[in-house]
Ligand binder design. Structure first.
Ligand code: M6R
Length: 608
């Protein structure tokens, strides 16, 4: 949710921190702030990082510092609630991503000891707690931080500095990600690798319960009890260009346009077409175990959950594996009736979504095998699961998921092939799926090339107050996803429904002002979709159809048609979601919204 960034080295920290915050802004953009060594106070501002940059000007000269971009949880977006926070002595400075759950009792206790709080946040208790422990520990800052962290409950990714020890940054992690970037005579701390990419590709990831002390001379990682930990650095595989807009007005459009390449990256080296097989290196070690599983529980949130629903249909139809799909926030608190023949599959772009992660951990506690389909290499879910498959979609910077969702569908198709061929799927069927998958990039390209038409349709309907999205079978979850996309970037009320459900309630909403996007490719449920579209038109509802190229009949049942190339029914979501992403994008731009920074949202949901 929030993004934290810290630097220590020989260069002027302020510019580096501001640039880092700009990259991290997709994690939160209510307010931002920085503190650099030697400065008496932090600079904080409501709104975007640009507001902080303007306030900073050229006046901060310290060569180490910490910075934060906020997504408000406790306390509204305001300058006083913006990070970094400080204690009463104004010497301890801290940025925090997460939630301190026992902040109320700590705050009450500390207030009784005379601490004065400047903000309404949960985070601020921590700096006062450290100040309190420093008094008892003869001013030992490091020990006071360790002791304080043992007292808090909740989640945190933190960076601290003390004014009397400039050049030293401390960081700790519990539930919220922390990456340390290793430069030459300089180090970085961040919530994710994207801002570090500008400086180095060498990183180490902290695990929960770990603490690090960093200066320009080096870093050491330990437990809160000071047991040293050795960790071999890893290399970030992303490129710096991946986190730039590259001439596009918005990341959302750039990332949608990248989709043909994203498919190639997901399938590269993984399809053995002649044999109708998928080779998934990340599953090699658990392949025998997977051959024995009788049930798959898929868990994800938001778009990842909808991808999971498509995956369930693929896996059941082609691999014969009963699958269930659950949202992380529900599964984590439910009774999990799992046995040794169940596997749990987490789907997550960021690999940091708190609810998905919690569900995975709960499943592990029950002794169940866990798998991941994750985009961010080295992320927590990628590391916590027993095995998995990376998307290799590159960093997704737009808050609305586009290319990552599409990539998740492709990896689920690969997984279906992999598990299906372990079971009853014939080589002929496997080959058909593999051949069709190879054609997907070109077919997505065809849709992208028609985006002017999609833009025109978006402008025609974009003034509506409500939208309905309908689909059946593989495209029912794409209706949910299309509606989510429109909601999150254009703030229009949109509902996604399995088309057959219309007459059980939603049809009551339909009138001439309530348009419907109907996903109606020529597949096994085409005729049913046509009937549902007619039911809408009979109530004066306008219909925009997504149809298969060459389907002239559909024009009689829709007011406007967007065509897509033909593909296998199970792969049709990979094509049908693209026009819906573009439609949402163009409506939002037309309505003047910042599509990459939808209000109230943040990219990685690392709190509950
Ligand atoms: O990083 P994850 O894939 O775990 O994120 C899950 C959801 O938060 C995410 O898909 C969210 O729904 C997007 N904003 C949708 O566009």
């Amino acid at each position: 949710m929030c993004g934290i960034f810290a630097y220590t080295g020989d260069r002027r920290a302020a510019g580096i921190l501001i640039d880092g915050l700009r990259v991290l802004e997709y994690r939160g953009y209510d307010s931002a702030g920085i503190y650099t060594a030697g400065s008496p106070l932090a600079v904080r501002a409501v709104g975007t990082v640009r507001n902080v940059a303007e306030k900073v000007g050229g006046r901060l000269i310290g060569t180490s510092g910490i910075a934060h971009t906020r997504w408000a949880t406790h306390g509204g977006p305001s300058e006083k609630n913006a990070h970094p926070h400080t204690d009463c002595s104004k010497k301890i400075w801290m940025v925090h991503n997460g939630i301190i759950e026992n902040y109320k009792e700590l705050r009450t206790r500390l207030a009784l000891h005379g601490h004065v709080f400047a903000s309404e946040t949960d985070s601020e208790v921590l700096v006062h707690l450290i100040e309190e422990h420093m008094r008892a520990l003869g001013n030992d800052f490091e020990q006071a931080v360790r002791t304080s962290l043992k007292e808090v409950t909740g989640t945190y990714g933190l960076a601290f500095m003390h004014a009397d020890n400039p050049g030293v940054v401390m960081t700790a992690r519990m539930g919220s990600p922390i990456v340390i970037g290793i430069g030459k005579g300089e180090y970085f701390v961040a919530s994710d690798p994207t801002p570090i990419l500008h400086h180095t590709k060498d990183v180490v990831y902290l695990n929960d319960g770990e603490f690090a002390v960093i200066s320009k001379e080096g870093y050491s990682i330990s437990t809160l009890d000071n047991a040293l930990i050795e960790r071999i650095p890893s290399t970030i595989e992303w490129d710096i260009d991946d986190v730039k807009k590259g001439g596009f007005e918005h990341f959302m459009l750039k990332e949608t346009i990248e989709e043909p390449e994203v498919i190639l990256n997901a399938i590269r080296g993984r399809l053995v077409v002649d044999e109708g097989l998928a080779r998934l290196g990340g599953l090699r070690e658990v392949a025998d175990q997977l051959a024995d599983i009788k049930r798959l529980v898929i868990v994800g949130c938001g778009s990842a959950y909808y991808a999971g629903v498509v995956g369930k249909y693929m896996l059941e139809e082609y691999a014969g594996i009963p699958a269930e799909v659950e949202v992380g926030s529900e599964l984590r608190y439910r009774k999990m009736l799992f046995d040794k023949e169940t596997a749990v599959l987490a789907i997550s772009q960021s690999g940091e979504t708190a609810d998905t992660l919690a569900a995975i951990k709960e499943a592990q506690r029950k002794g169940v095998m866990t798998l991941g389909i994750v985009n961010a290499v080295g992320s927590t879910i990628a590391r916590e699961t027993d095995a998995g498959v990376y998307n290799h979609a590159g960093p997704e910077m737009g808050v609305a998921s586009t290319k990552a969702f599409l990539s998740q569908l492709c990896v689920l198709a690969l997984l279906t092939l992999f598990l299906g061929r372990q079971r009853g799927m014939s080589a002929v069927m496997g080959k058909r799926i593999a051949e069709e998958m190879l054609l997907l990039p070109g077919k997505v390209e065809v849709i992208l090339n028609a985006r002017e038409k999609i833009r025109a349709i978006a402008h025609k309907y974009g003034h509506a107050r409500d939208f309905l999205y309908i689909g059946r079978k593989y495209n029912a979850p794409i209706a949910y996803e299309g509606a989510l996309k429109l909601k999150e970037v254009s703030y229009i009320h949109a509902e996604g429904y399995g088309a057959g459900e219309m007459k059980h309630g939603p049809l009551a909403m339909i009138d001439e002002a309530f348009p419907t996007l109907a996903i109606a490719p020529k597949d096994s449920v085409y005729e049913k979709m046509i009937s549902n579209m007619e039911e809408i038109r009979a109530r004066k509802g306008r219909v925009i159809a997504l149809a298969t190229e060459g389907d002239m009949n559909i024009k009689e049942h829709a007011d406007d048609v967007i065509y897509m190339p033909k593909t296998l029914e199970m792969l049709s979501p990979v094509l049908s979601v693209v026009p819906l992403q573009l439609f949402a994008y163009y409506v939002a731009v037309m309505r003047g919204f910042n599509v990459d920074r939808p209000r109230n949202l943040a990219k990685s949901v690392t709190v509950e």
